[in-house]
Design a protein around this ligand. Sequence first.
Ligand code: SAH
Length: 306
Amino acid sequence: MTACVAKLAVEMTDNARRAPKFPLRLDQMAAPRKSLVNAPQGSAVSPLKPSTPAPVSPRAILRPQQPLHHAAAVSARKASPTGLGLDSAGVRQRMTDRLRAEGLSNDTVLAAMAAVPRHQFVDAALVTQAYEDTSLPIGHGQTISKPSVVARMIELLMGGANARARSTGPGQLGRVLEIGTGCGYQAAVLAQLAKQVFSVERLKHLHDKARELMAPLRLSNVRLVYGDGMLGHAPNAQYDAIIAAAGGDALPTAWMDQLAVGGRIVAPVREGVRQVLVVVDRNDQGFHRSIHEVVQFVPLRSGTVR
Ligand code: SAH
């Protein structure tokens, strides 16, 4: 990857000058900040062994949170529980207000975040946490990214000197390649801002799940692809923007090759013992790389899993 990078530079964006939280300079990066961590979650659960039940007192019995027939009906509909007020725009607005208070300032990005019902992308048991700034497990050892990380990465994607070349209208990203669809949340946010989104996932189960979760949103400009995103997605290259939701040791060469001149990559990459957000801009002369916040994403892995 480094062979493809003409120049390594550490730069501060305008945003950083306004709000010292973002981006951090390298000398500020010593201690990873908890708020930017997007750690994988979920641990293995040992399978239940069939055995003779031991006698238990009635007080020790774990009770379901809702009548079983209700839980079964919700699960059968594959819908989030209703009546929690999560469908209201006000809930999402409060989330974006909090993101703004944390220093995220791109109105276009925040409006896109406010438009996407995040609770529809998390499991029914977790919906009450859907609008907190936290990553949540989505199964298969993967997570839905924290809202602040999604907003920050898309903010970076839309910024930069070549932003006008990449946009197809006011505030519009052009053709975007996302690596790591997961449950599809970030792809849905990107769809509010891009002309076309191609999102690649290597785990077939998650690819299928994202398709199911995104269907009700009827996003005509998103194409979900099952494949190894380390190879990019050659059939639809070149891309104006490439964004990765999983971090590797280096940026795959395919991403650089498939980036249009004037385009930008935003991706987590290992840097020593840490993972940092790296921005790569491509212009007529070559590639320019800058380093931003310390983050912690799930690993970028090669190959596909059925
Ligand atoms: N974009 C998601 C976050 C997904 S987590 C969101 O909206 O919250 C990161 C995802 O990257 C995981 O689903 C993981 O399976 C996937 N991934 C890791 N390596 C990959 C690769 N080489 N190609 C495609 N997907 C990959």
